[in-house]
Design a protein around this ligand. Sequence first.
Ligand code: F6P
Length: 323
Amino acid sequence: MNPIKTVAVLTSGGDAPGMNAAVRAVVRTGIYNGLKMLGINKGYEGLLNGDIEEMNLRSVGDIIQRGGTILQTARSNEFNTKAGLEKAVSMAKVFGIDALVVIGGDGSFRGAKDLSELGMNVIGIPGTIDNDISCTDYTLGYDTAMNTVLDAIDKIRDTSYSHERCSVLEVMGRKAGWIAINCGIAGGAEAIILPEKEFDIDKDIIMPIVEGRNRGKKHYLVIVAEGVGGAVEIAEYIEAKTEITTRATILGYIQRGGTPTITDRVMGSRFGACAIKCLLEGRKNRIVAIRDNKLVDIDIIEALSMKKTIDNELITLSKILAL
Ligand code: F6P
C-alpha cells in the first residue's frame, strides 16, 4: 500500500510557459492513480496562508495552451525564515498533504529542500525560461522564450537592414547565457556576450563589427545576456567607436509570457506525469529532469549541487558563423 494519498502542487518563482501543462499532468495523472489532488495558489505564500483547494479533472481543463500559471506564483519572504518553514509544514499537515510537487527554478527547489529537511516529501519540476537548473538539460518555458526572442530578433533585423544600423538586444536568463547563446546563433548575431565568459568590449564587440564592415556587412546584431547587462551603454560605446547608428532594445517580460510551444506542452506533460510516478514508486525528495533525452529523477540535494556550463563548441560556432 502506497502511504501517499493526498498530493499538492504549486508553482513558484518566475512564471514560465509550460507550467500549466505540468500542473495539468500532475493533477490528471494523480487522479488517474487514485490520489486526492490539491492546488496551492501563489506558491509557498499560498501554503503559508492555507490558500489551497481540491482539484478535479475539470480544474485543469482548457489550460494547456495558456502561458503563465493558473495557480499563480509569488516570491515569499516569510517562507524563507525558520518560522515560515515550520508554519508551512504544519499547514501541510492541516490539509493532509502527504507530498508536495513544486514547479519552479533553483530558488524554489532550495525551499523544497528545506521543507524536506523538516520531514516533508517534495518533488521538483524544473520550470524557468532561463534553462539554468543544472541537473536537467531542459527547463519548462525555455523553448517558448527562445522563440519569442527569435521573433523579436527577426523583426529588429528588418529595421537594422533598412537603416544600416547596429542593434544591441538584451535578453533574459538571470546569471545564465542559455537564451543568449542559442538565440544569438539562430538570429545570426555578430557578437554574443555571456555572463559565463569574461569579455573585452573592443575585442569581442567592436572588432567583429569593424571586420564585418570591411567584408561588406551593412548591419549588425549584438546579443547581450541579462547577467552581463548594460545594453544601453554598450550601444553608446559602439556608436562612439564605429560611427554606426546603434540602438539598444531590452526585451524584458515579453520573454516570459505567451502561448507555450509544443516542446513546452509535451515536456510539461512528461515532467508532471514523471513527478507522480516517482511518488507512486515510493521515491522521496527528487527533482525530475531530462538528461540525454531520457526522463530521470535525481535526489534533491545532489541535484542542487550539480553544475552545468555552456558548451564551448556553441561559443566557437557562433563566432565562425558570424563571419
Ligand atoms: O527566472 C526568470 C526571470 O525572468 C529571469 O530571466 C529574470 O532575471 C528574473 O526572472 C526576473 O525576476 P522578477 O520577475 O522577479 O523580477
